[in-house]
Design a protein around this ligand. Structure first.
Ligand code: OFO
Length: 182
């Protein structure tokens, strides 16, 4: 059982995670258009990560016998100045997500909702990794500056990122994770 307030807060987080997914999908499309296939791959993997984050909460709400209420998702930007601008936007967005996860945790603590606290711990840890990944790429882009060769090398490196999260949720998260080996 979770409270109505907690249910609403979780539903809002599903919306934020889905916005994250389409934001990164939009960045992936932009990178493809710019010929940065490795960056496009990195953002598409990120899209899958975000859908996984959304689906975990979607399922948790239902397992708690509460109601999923999906709302309209804001349209993402479609053009970006440079890879560095995109990664800066990505980091700023992830910092916003980190704050929203912290707010959810604060709510769960104030409600003495132990199950939600345990559930949210995974997201607290995940956000450290998400921000770290963005900071690493930003540092490399700052080092590369306007050097096309350096950018091509980074693009090749990012092409190697593989999706490690499940992508088929038709039979629920547990079976999706088992099937994907995640
Ligand atoms: Fe990119 O983070 Fe979701 O939670």
């Amino acid at each position: 059982m979770i409270s109505d307030k907690m249910t609403q807060a979780f539903n809002e987080q599903v919306n934020r995670e889905m916005y994250s997914a389409i934001l990164y999908m939009s960045m992936s499309a932009h990178c493809n258009q710019e010929g940065l296939k490795g960056f496009a791959n990195w953002f598409m993997v990120q899209y899958h990560e975000e859908m996984f984050h959304a689906m975990k909460i979607y399922e948790y709400i239902q397992r708690q016998g509460a109601q999923v209420n999906l709302g309209a998702i804001q349209a993402p930007p479609t053009t970006f100045e440079s890879p560095l601008e995109m990664l800066n936007q990505t980091l700023a967005h992830e910092q916003f997500i980190t704050r929203s996860i912290n707010d959810l945790m604060e709510l769960a603590i104030s409600e003495k909702d132990h199950a939600s606290q345990i559930f949210l711990e995974w997201y607290v840890t995940e956000q450290v990794e998400e921000e770290e990944n963005d900071n690493d790429i930003i540092a490399q882009l700052k080092f590369i500056k306007d050097n096309p060769q350096g950018l091509m090398m980074l693009d090749r490196e990012l092409a190697g990122r593989a999706t490690t999260v499940p992508t088929d949720f038709s039979k629920g998260i547990e079976s999706a994770m088992a099937a994907s080996g995640a």
